[in-house]
Design a protein around this ligand. Structure first.
Ligand code: AMP
Length: 205
């Protein structure tokens, strides 16, 4: 599942995984968990993430290979946030791991910035909220698990601009790479999650 920051990758990847019995593998979530756990990889990753930069390819390729080797990925998985560079895509392909499809969620930039700056995330279960579009019932608390809602440091306006620039420079070429391979399905990411999800499903037929 690909798309610029704020395009809805996490939401769509989670929906696709749960409706099809696949495992959701989000590299952003993995890095945030590593950081919370205080591991070396987590500490290194945090420095890049807070500046809106990408974590180095060798760390990411190793992390994903380890994750996909676990049993719960045996029946299929939805990759969310990986690969983000052509080098990551090539290293991944070199391992002989086949992909069935690459979905790119397309959303106009002004909408992306609006979505990201209002985004709040549950610290405990990862559920996403938006201050204007999908606010929680009680301010600052998760409807599902009552966990604390927080704003990701990389969702601050300055960092959002940097992430957009990094996306255009490093990740947009990955889409071209998959377009040439005949795997790319471009889907409009505007609208509510179920509406977008029905387009995602249609693109997989
Ligand atoms: P996400 O939750 O997918 O928006 O990822 C949050 C941040 O984690 C990104 O802005 C990057 O700093 C880092 N990150 C996640 N996935 C990757 C990746 N495949 N390659 C490099 N950095 C990544």
């Amino acid at each position: 599942m690909m798309g610029a920051p704020g395009a809805g990758k996490g939401t769509q990847a989670r929906l696709l995984a749960s409706r099809r019995g696949l495992t959701h593998v989000s590299t952003g979530d993995m890095l945030r968990q590593a950081d919370e756990a205080g591991t070396e990889v987590g500490r290194t990753a945090r420095r890049y993430m807070n500046q809106g930069q990408l974590v180095p390819d060798d760390i990411m390729v190793g992390l994903v290979a380890e994750r996909l080797a676990r049993n719960d990925c045996g029946n299929g998985f939805v990759l969310d946030g990986f690969p983000r560079t052509v080098r990551q895509a090539e290293s991944f392909a070199a391992r002989g791991q086949a992909l069935e499809a690459v979905i790119a969620l397309v959303v106009p930039e002004a909408e992306l910035v609006e979505r990201l700056s209002g985004r709040r995330v549950c610290r405990r279960c990862g559920t996403m909220y938006h201050l204007s579009f999908s606010p929680p019932t009680t301010a600052g608390r998760c409807d599902r698990c009552d966990g604390e809602l927080y704003q990701r440091e990389d969702d601050l306006e300055q960092t959002i601009r940097e992430r957009m620039a990094v996306y255009a420079r490093d990740t947009a070429p990955v889409l071209e790479h998959y377009r040439r391979a005949g795997l790319l399905r471009e889907v409009s990411g505007s609208g509510d999650p179920e509406e977008v999800f029905s387009r995602v499903t249609a693109s997989l037929q």
